[in-house]
Design a protein around this ligand. Structure first.
Ligand SMILES: [Fe+2]
Ligand SMILES: [Fe+2]
Length: 468
């Protein structure tokens, strides 16, 4: 019989365990540089590498790794690797290297504590109304209550972060950008855990051009990325979380090189106009600013390539680079960028509601966007994202507070705010549609339209949710 294996984080490695695979690598491996390629080739001879390849990953020998590859894992480590047997001090140095999770073989002489119990808080694979669904409800309810509590701090964080971005853009125009403010904001958001609330608010409040766009985009990106990791039974480490937020914050920093009148113009520029060229160059300017600031390559990649489409022949795709130079996180960022632009306010268009924007993104899977990333995005946002106003099959109206499990997309957790007869409720009942067999979501309601075309009214209603 084969020796038992299990997946552990660096901190859970014990002396004597044999590392068979490195299953999670930090953000730094999302776009290999020449130095890292050399390091991998000389230290992992004989191993295989999993490299992202469009929508799938392919397995290649470590010897074949090239600059710009997106390394996802190192597998089939040969016995000859000295690294294979854990000795004291090794876990720390592995973690420092950005090796975060491992598949290990456990020799019989090591006492195995067994895998940590994995609670699937998203309720996947549950039958509606089952005993498991009831049990799961308690876990979800605690999360929802915490989420509602964090809405006010989230709103404060959002306005403060927006101010920081605005300041940075102004400094950019004056010829100097420093990341100090952005880094401080990232710390703040991470420490308060308010980004889930900020993501929901983004869909309800709309945003003005450029500044709030960067803030909303960054929190949506970070939440989605965290969800993807969690769904793949990985954890997102703090460093990666910060870096993802920072990459979102800074993705349009190149716009600081563009005069305000061009940036804020409501006129649509002609494709060959000087202004259009200037606007499209925000990606190149951004990459230069961030490189000069010494930002990580992954952050530069987002700023440089977030407008590159899978189908590079589209006019909206720029700059002209092969799609394989676009990191996975950048591919996700390009989806979130478009999503935020749709739900945000623009002077020349009305804001879309989140559910409609998710549908729009799905329609562009495979042409503008990487299919794999679109699938991840949908899983994270849900068909009805948190903050969506929905009509239930009973006729009642409610805001989604937790998305539905993927196999029951019409069964989220909803706070009912208005009865079918149009009566506005002041105390709100939490309805978990995984528990109620005969109720589902019937449709998305445009909250701007419903609340007399006032975005503020819809937002106030959401923020006033009180659960009983
Ligand atoms: Fe952009
Ligand atoms: Fe953007």
């Amino acid at each position: 019989m084969d020796a038992p294996t299990r997946t552990v984080t660096a901190a859970e490695l014990q002396p004597g365990m044999i590392i068979r695979e490195i299953t999670e690598l930090s953000f730094d491996y999302a776009n290999l540089d020449a130095k890292t390629v050399t390091f991998l080739k000389s230290n992992f001879k004989g191993a295989m590498a999993l490299v992202a390849d469009g929508t799938e990953s392919k397995k290649v020998s470590v010897d074949e790794l090239k600059e710009f590859d997106q390394l996802e894992a190192l597998v089939d480590l040969p016995n000859s690797l000295k690294l294979a047997k854990v000795v004291s001090g090794l876990p720390q140095s592995l973690e420092k290297r950005g090796f975060l999770q491992f598949k290990v073989e456990i020799p019989p002489d090591i006492k195995d504590g067994g895998p940590a119990v994995h609670v699937d808080a998203k309720g996947q694979g549950l039958a509606v109304g089952s005993a498991e669904a009831r049990k799961m409800h308690e876990i979800k309810k605690a999360k929802v209550l915490k989420f509602v509590d964090l809405l006010t701090p989230a709103e404060e964080g959002r306005s403060e972060s927006t101010r920081v971005i605005e300041e940075m853009m102004d400094m950019g125009r004056a010829g100097k950008v420093t990341a100090k403010g952005a880094e401080a904001m990232v710390e703040e958001i991470v420490s308060q855990g308010t980004s889930a609330g900020m993501r929901a608010i983004a869909g309800l409040k709309g945003s003005d051009q450029t500044y709030a766009h960067c803030v909303d985009m960054s929190v949506i990106l970070q939440e989605c990325y965290g969800d993807i990791m969690e769904r793949n039974e990985r954890t997102i480490d703090e460093k990666t979380r910060r870096l993802t937020l920072l990459s979102g914050f800074m993705h349009d920093i190149g716009k600081s090189e563009i005069p305000k009148d061009v940036l804020e113009s409501t006129v649509r520029f002609a494709p060959d106009s000087k202004e259009m060229t200037m606007m499209r160059n925000h990606t190149v300017y951004g990459a230069k600013i961030l490189t000069d600031m010494g930002m990580p390559k992954a952050t530069v990649n987002v700023a440089h390539y977030h407008h590159v489409k899978k189908d590079a022949t589209m006019f909206t795709s720029y700059p002209d680079v092969p799609y394989d130079q676009v990191n996975s996180v950048t591919r996700l960022a390009s989806i979130v960028d478009v999503y935020q632009a749709l739900i945000g306010k623009r002077k020349y268009k009305k804001n879309w509601v989140p559910g409609a924007a998710v549908d729009y993104i799905l329609g562009l899977s495979g042409s503008e966007f990487d299919e794999r990333m679109v699938a991840h995005f949908l899983e994270s946002m849900g068909k009805y994202p948190v903050g969506s106003l929905v009509r239930l099959s009973t006729g009642d109206l409610g805001f989604v507070l937790m998305i539905a499990p993927p196999e029951h997309p019409d069964r989220p957790i909803v706070a009912v705010v208005e009865s079918g007869a149009g009566e506005i409720l002041t105390h709100h009942t939490l309805m978990d549609l995984m528990l109620v067999q005969d109720v589902t979501v019937k449709e998305v309601v445009d909250h701007y339209e419903h609340y007399n075309r006032s975005e503020d009214q819809a937002y106030k209603m959401f923020m006033s949710i009180r659960l009983n």
